[in-house]
Design a protein around this ligand. Structure first.
Ligand SMILES: [Zn+2]
Ligand SMILES: [Zn+2]
Length: 256
């Protein structure tokens, strides 16, 4: 048994990049101390897949059902009805990823914002925390989440200190990924210093966003240890304490 325990709270292991060695990736994660993985569905077509994957690994994998802002124009009343039904399943520990993406998203911002508001309002009745994706849209995200009194995580947080403090106050944890280990990202490290260990989750967003030691390669859940080691430095913690704090946060938020 590894001495340290981690949770990867945001993975996309159903991605075809893992088709040839998915079970080996899971085994490497376990060997590195990753006790739980939250597998994230970004598209309606992924929902059945992530549920099946969770059921195949009941002691290791849980899932979240989402609709990425790239698909914000697909959120019909039918979809919301289906979402409400499936959100109640025991394998589903969160709603997401959902959110705003103004970087390269084909769906216009007003439609993204309207869809996000509809999902957030509907999700109040579902009783599960939210996994929020936000790219180059922090001003609008703060405007939407600020008054709503919800809880969840801003996954792959990429904002500044002010965004971090605002979103923590609004009820959200911040997800730390590979980019926090990149030498030039000192602003991001300052944001996680401000948010602190009580409000930070580890995640990989694999196969995307590998940490510094494997940049340019496929990412996988065992990389949470490298992210934790970076955060430990930022907080003046031991690796053990950083692993413990972030694992407790994941348990609390997702009921793992
Ligand atoms: Zn995302
Ligand atoms: Zn993701």
């Amino acid at each position: 048994m590894p001495l340290l325990e981690f949770v990867d709270t945001h993975a996309h292991l159903m991605d075809e990049q893992f088709d040839s060695d998915r079970e080996e990736v899971l085994a490497r994660a376990a060997a590195a101390g990753v006790s739980r993985i939250v597998e994230i569905a970004a598209s309606l077509e992924d929902w059945a897949k992530v549920l099946a994957f969770s059921r195949a690994h009941p002691d290791r994998v849980r899932c979240a059902l989402g609709l990425h802002p790239y698909e914000a124009d697909r959120c019909t009343d039918e979809v919301l009805k289906d979402w409400a039904r499936q959100a109640a399943l025991p394998e589903v520990v969160a709603i997401g990823e959902i959110g705003l993406d103004y970087a390269r998203c084909p769906v216009p911002a007003p439609i993204q914002k309207e869809t996000l508001r509809r999902i957030l309002e509907a999700s109040r009745a579902w009783g599960k925390p939210l996994v929020i994706h936000c790219r180059e849209a922090y001003a609008d995200l703060r405007e939407i989440l600020g008054p709503m009194n919800l809880r969840g995580v801003i996954h792959c947080f990429s904002g500044n200190v002010e965004d971090a403090l605002f979103l923590v106050k609004a009820g959200f944890m911040l997800g730390a990924d590979g980019p926090v280990t990149y030498p030039k990202n000192s602003v991001l490290r300052e944001a996680f210093r401000a948010a602190g260990p009580a409000n930070t989750l580890l995640e990989t967003d694999c196969p995307y966003l590998p940490p510094q030691s494997s940049r340019g390669k496929r990412n996988e859940p065992k990389a949470v240890m490298e992210i934790a080691a970076q955060l430990a430095k930022v907080w003046g913690f031991s690796l053990d304490a950083a692993a413990h704090a972030t694992t407790e946060n994941a348990r609390l938020l997702f009921g793992l």
